[in-house]
Design a protein around this ligand. Structure first.
Ligand code: ATP
Ligand code: MG
Length: 561
């Protein structure tokens, strides 16, 4: 595990405190948690928070964490989602117990428990239509009304429930409801539906079942069957906890997991709900679930985020009980500091303009030496070819340089990183557009490597690439997907209106030092002065890299505020 262990210094969050107490006072000898995704979409950074919590506490307290698919809604689920979720949890660095678990594995037991509830007189088959059920339920200010089917006999309920199971009724005509309290102030306790008729093909159980259990009923019993000690979920389930407890208490189950709620992760400049992510994918607003701009785990991976950076982010934000919105800059800082340690440095010119060194021999190509990481000599060195014609960044030349501008311009001398000091001679430009076409300079042969033996100082150091040996690369400058902090703030404006039109800028004529040809898909480098770039895992091939900008070197959004 690469998580930096600083838990000694930080006080425990409220969940870890509860767990530590339960272990200390002997309530539990071993803790068991679970991460219960619904296989109806790809995991996102919000899920990472839940994964790091559930798998994290299991690891820290020598317990186990189950990966359990909550697959009770066959119409929206897909095996492709199951596979992507398993991959993402593994990639984040976590292991689950023996095998992957599925709520659908418990369908037979869940059915038996429902029969048990009926026998206790605690569940009944109701024939109100969905709209009627809603209407009978009442509101927060009005109590509900009892269903006319509430007083059916146990025998009749058993008979009807069997018929539901056998597929004798059509969807929406019959449901099984828990018989709790239609006057409860908690709407979830007003005889909630626990089974519905659904004639859909299930990705695991096929066409075996014609009825499917509801989430609230399934979840607590699945937790119980797995011996979960702490069932950690997000705050929206707080009002469901009385139902969670009612089911387990009523059935007198051998164990009773404790549900504890924590605040979900919200991030600025993004949306988090799977429904909205799906809308962006299906509407073609992004290039799939793993578009490097998506805050899905697969998008972040493709963008160049590392598992450690995401885990550190989850650690930084911590676990609390009140909802808040975390600044995207916090996530970006985590990947910056992680890549700052790991990424080798390279040079790449994104917007090239040619510089000709008039006094450099025509056909000479020298090899300069660049450090792969200036602060980490053990990361080695690389050879960088140098010749008479080089490219520099267009913005590193100014025709009428201002006082604070320390780069190249008339009368200026600058240092080429790992190269020579060069002195301006002349430049030419396209008169029609004003665009600089070529810059002529001389180099000082005494300054190889970038230092002048006479000790003279130059203020600017710029990056460059040899024109003859440079490697053309495609670079995609990714940025935040939305241009406002909260794209969902105004309910009258579709969140898609706030998409950032500059979130993906493709540069097809960038030129990089030739060592980039060896970059493997998924590998990340720092382009000096530019940011961190990751070779795209899908489109990049050896010798022809396609690079995704993971993050800039500094937070440019902070200054825009
Ligand atoms: P979404 O709200 O994006 O549709 P969901 O809650 O429907 O997500 P599930 O697959 O049911 O997605 O989620 C699995 C687990 O991840 C749940 O325990 C849920 O509480 C947790 N989770 C989902 N979103 C977040 C979030 N933003 N922050 C923390 N935990 C989350
Ligand atoms: Mg959910």
């Amino acid at each position: 595990m690469e998580i930096l262990e600083d838990s000694e210094k930080k006080p425990l969050d409220f969940i870890r405190q509860i767990i530590a107490d339960d272990l200390q006072n002997g309530k539990h000898q071993k803790i068991v948690t679970r991460f219960p995704p619904e296989p109806n979409g790809f995991l996102h950074i919000g899920h990472a928070k839940s994964i790091c919590l559930n798998f994290g506490v299991a690891e820290e307290y020598a317990g186990t964490c189950n990966l359990r698919f909550d697959d009770t809604n066959p119409s929206k689920e897909d095996v492709a989602y199951v596979q992507s979720i398993e991959k993402d949890v593994h990639w984040l660095g976590f292991e689950w117990r023996e095998k992957v678990l599925y709520a659908s594995d418990y369908f037979p037991q869940l059915y038996d428990f429902a029969v048990e509830l009926i026998k206790q007189g605690k569940a009944y088959v109701c024939e109100l239509l969905p709209d009627e059920i809603r209407e009978y339920r009442g509101t927060l200010t009005e109590p509900g009304r009892e269903s006319p089917y509430r007083q059916r006999s146990v025998e009749e309920n058993l008979q009807l429930f069997t018929q539901m199971k056998n597929g004798e009724f059509s969807e929406g005509t019959h449901v099984l409801r828990a018989k709790i309290d239609m006057a409860s102030p908690n709407l979830n306790m007003r005889d909630p539906v626990i089974y519905r008729v659904l004639k859909a093909h299930h990705h695991r159980t096929g066409n075996t079942w014609k009825i499917y259990p509801m989430y609230d009923y399934t979840h607590c019993l699945s937790d119980m069957l797995e011996g979960i000690t702490h069932s950690l979920c997000t705050l929206e389930f707080q009002d469901h906890r009385p139902l969670y407890d009612w089911v387990l208490d009523t059935l007198s189950t051998p164990c009773h997991p404790r549900q504890i709620e924590f605040a979900r992760l919200n991030l600025t400049y993004t949306v988090m709900s799977k429904r909205k992510l799906l809308k962006m994918v299906e509407g073609g607003f992004v290039d799939g679930w793993d578009d490097p701009r998506m805050l899905t785990i697969s998008g972040l991976r493709r963008r160049g985020y590392t598992p450690a950076s995401i885990r550190n982010f989850c650690k930084t934000i911590g676990i609390g009980k009140s909802e808040s919105r975390i600044d995207m800059g916090v996530l970006e800082n985590e990947i910056r500091s992680d890549l700052n340690l790991r990424a080798e440095r390279r040079m790449c010119v994104l917007d090239p303009v040619k510089v000709i060194l008039d006094n450099y021999p025509d056909d000479l190509v020298e090899e300069m030496t660049g450090m792969n990481h200036p602060q980490a000599p053990d990361m080695g060195e690389r050879a960088i070819p140098f010749a008479r014609e080089i490219y520099i960044e267009r913005e590193d030349f100014m025709e009428n340089p201002t006082k604070k501008y320390h780069r190249l311009g008339p009368g200026r001398e600058v240092r080429l990183r790992y190269g020579y000091l060069i002195q301006y001679v002349s430049h030419s430009k396209d008169e029609a557009t004003g665009r600089i076409t070529e810059i002529h300079c001389t180099y000082d042969p005494e300054t190889k490597g970038g230092t002048a033996p006479d000790g003279r100082k130059v203020k600017g150091t710029i990056h460059w690439v040899c024109a003859k040996k440079g490697l053309p690369v495609t670079v995609r400058l990714y940025d935040r997907l939305f241009s406002v902090e909260d794209p969902e703030a105004d309910k009258n404006i579709d969140f898609l209106e706030h998409l950032n039109p500059m979130s993906k800028v493709i540069i097809s004529d960038a030129i990089a030092e030739p060592s980039l040809a060896a970059l493997q898909p998924g590998e990340t480098v720092q382009f000096e002065r530019q940011g961190y770039f990751c070779a795209d895992s899908v489109e990049s091939i050896a010798g022809k890299p396609v690079l995704n900008r993971t993050v800039t070197l500094r937070d440019s959004w902070e200054s825009k505020k």
